[in-house]
Design a protein around this ligand. Structure first.
Ligand code: SAM
Length: 275
């Protein structure tokens, strides 16, 4: 598929303006694959034609469609199982100890995609009803993509999706079969507040004890990454933890965080000292 540098520039600029995400040169093939269906649906023969139309101010809906198509929503249940294990076995018990007075925990899944990350968290809590009896646990899950958030809220997953990372026992315990698909049980869905939110804007209100921002920072240019991390830091409780994706780090990218000494993949606000 032909695409002029001008058109490539227009798609990159649009995505970065809307989400902060950068389309690096190595991902050019992705533009072509992702935009093929939009181009076809809109009756354009070339990506250049699509890019030209995008420039018009009245094409906000088309712009949104292109942004949606260019976002990477890759996700799965309990992604990076080792980190989820240490989350359930070490992070949560340690935090619970710090919050015995209030019995209140607030967790933010930022860049939640189609919801698998948030449902994995909710399952971790629901698996230990005695442990969390009487606790007020809020899970807020957000994404810049309205389509992803609406799918997350529906909690409906096809065979391939449900099998990615979800143990069969959890699938049967926490999802109901619906035709060929599986829908998260109402109580599981009710335990998560899904909302559209752009990490380029101020964070949701309140202080979070845990923030997951996994496999989202990857495509932000360095300055944006730093700004997003600062914004997240401002939304966290002083003793809160940031949970990144496997292979991601804040080291050298943020003045606000440092790696937790004992928990791989978890970061703390700089200067926090355990009492
Ligand atoms: C690769 S997925 C990762 C999903 C999940 N966190 C995981 O690790 O499996 C990245 C998600 O970040 C979202 N995203 C990208 N830019 C964003 C922004 N500026 N604000 C909020 N979400 C964003 C994308 O829409 C996408 O759903």
């Amino acid at each position: 598929m032909d695409m002029s540098p001008l058109a490539e520039g227009a798609f990159s600029k649009l995505l970065e303006r809307a989400t902060g995400q950068e389309l690096v040169a190595g991902r050019r093939w992705r533009i072509e694959t992702a935009l093929g269906p939009v181009m076809k649906a809109q009756g354009f023969d070339t990506l250049d034609q699509l890019a030209t139309r995008l420039g018009r101010i009245e094409e906000a809906r088309l712009q949104q469609e292109v942004v949606e198509a260019l976002l990477n929503h890759e996700t799965s249940f309990f992604r990076d199982l080792a980190a989820f294990r240490s989350f359930a076995d070490e992070v949560l018990p340690a935090l619970a100890e710090l919050r015995t007075d209030t019995k209140r925990l607030r967790i933010w899944s930022a860049g939640c995609s189609t919801g698998q990350e948030a449902y994995s968290l909710a399952i971790d809590f629901r698996k230990k009803p005695d442990r969390w009896q009487g606790w007020d646990i809020a899970i807020v899950a957000t994404d810049v993509s309205p389509q992803a958030v609406s799918r997350a809220r529906e909690g409906l997953y096809g065979q391939m999706e449900i099998q990615r990372g979800l143990p069969i026992g959890d699938m049967i315990g926490w999802f109901d079969a619906e035709g060929e698909s599986w829908r998260a049980k109402p109580e599981l869905r009710r335990s998560i507040s899904f909302a559209v939110h752009n990490l380029m804007e101020p964070p949701p209100l309140g202080r979070f004890d845990i923030v997951l921002c996994r496999n989202v920072l990857l495509y932000f240019p360095m300055a944006t990454r730093r700004a997003v991390l600062d914004r997240i830091a401002g939304a966290m409780a002083p003793d809160g933890l940031l949970f990144l994706g496997a292979g991601e780090t804040v080291l050298g990218q943020s003045e606000a965080f440092e790696a937790d000494r004992s928990l791989r993949g978890f970061y703390r606000l700089k200067g926090w000292q355990k009492a």
